[in-house]
Design a binder for this molecule. Structure first.
Ligand SMILES: [Zn+2]
Length: 313
């Protein structure tokens, strides 16, 4: 367990988000390389390539949206569609912690007409939700219907509709022949309120001419290189660089709390029928095992909680 925790905290130095402004503050740019983080997610979930591409794109966007948050403020992205992947979930925060999973990671479909993985068909029709938890009680939840299912366009539509910020979004994942992630990352360009019409047109051209971000990353580009390549002519000024890592908040204590919350009777059934409990974190696949004696101890705690609650009524 200790080794795994050490592994979770390890930072891959190549994975980070950089934020910049350009054109004298008319444009905000974010670029991310997340190859190591996505490869770890894919390995933990033993995902098939289509799920790897969909989750990688979503987590790259989550990393950049998270980088716009302050410190512990959390962002959760949910893409819920009627395609076979069912649901994609990614969490991030302002400290570079990233995690995510796909409801059904074992999806295989014929390639799209352009010869690429058919993410659109795997996602289907549905909604994109962005949930921001600023630690002030009720989280802020904004959502838009999916317009494409290819994910990048869906985020661009989210920024335009839900946050009134015209944006261009590019996301890319290159899955290797061995199923590992060879390159993953993204770019977000946003027009700030004082942007002129001329800048908007210029950005459109610059984005159209940009090679796929996954190819740029595969050939060794850093997030700064991606921004230079996209909008180098607009004199980007780099503000903030945030290292990224795959990191999960699950723990044995949280599993214990979840088991206690089942209640004494449910735990009694579990002890009688299985004599043990095995909990798997859906975000990171970490397994937590509880034997009969541990379950009995938790059951005793559940009884105590129940007695205390009923005496308070
Ligand atoms: Zn976990």
């Amino acid at each position: 367990m200790k080794n795994l925790n050490a592994q979770l905290c390890e930072t891959n130095t190549k994975d980070y988000v950089v934020q910049a402004t350009a054109a004298n503050g008319q444009v905000r740019a974010l670029a991310a390389v997340v190859t190591g983080v996505i490869d770890e997610a894919v390995r933990r979930h033993q995902m098939w390539p289509l799920a790897s591409a969909a989750l990688g794109r979503t987590m790259a966007a989550a990393a950049m949206i998270g980088a716009m948050q302050k410190g512990k403020e959390k962002v959760t992205i949910q893409i819920i569609g009627d395609g076979p992947l069912e649901q994609i979930t990614a969490d991030s925060d302002g400290e570079g912690n990233l995690r995510g999973y796909v409801q059904n990671p074992y999806v295989d479909l014929p390639l799209a007409e352009n010869g690429k993985l058919n993410v659109k068909a795997a996602v289907g029709n549905g909604h994109l939700w962005v949930i921001r938890d600023l630690g002030l009680g009720e989280p802020y939840r904004g959502g838009v219907p999916l317009v494409s299912g290819e994910i990048a366009e869906d985020f661009a539509n989210y920024f335009a509709q839900s946050e009134q910020t015209p944006s261009a979004v590019a996301l890319g994942v290159l899955v290797g022949v061995d199923g590992g992630v060879q390159a993953a990352g993204g770019l977000i360009l946003q027009l700030l309120p004082e942007a002129s019409e001329g800048i908007a047109v210029m950005l459109e051209h610059m984005i159209r001419d940009l090679p796929p971000v996954s190819s740029l990353i595969d050939s060794g580009s850093t997030p700064e290189d991606i921004i230079e390549q996209a909008i180098g002519d607009l004199q980007p000024k780099y503000l903030h660089r945030l290292p990224l890592r795959f990191s999960c908040t699950c723990s044995r204590e949280r599993c214990e709390a979840a088991l206690i919350a089942l209640g004494a009777e449910e735990l009694e059934d579990l002890i009688r029928e299985q004599g043990r409990a095995e909990l798997t974190c859906r975000f990171c696949q970490e397994q937590y095992l509880f034997d009969e004696q541990e379950l009995k101890n938790l059951q005793a705690q559940a009884r105590k909680t129940r007695d205390r609650e009923s005496s308070e009524k």
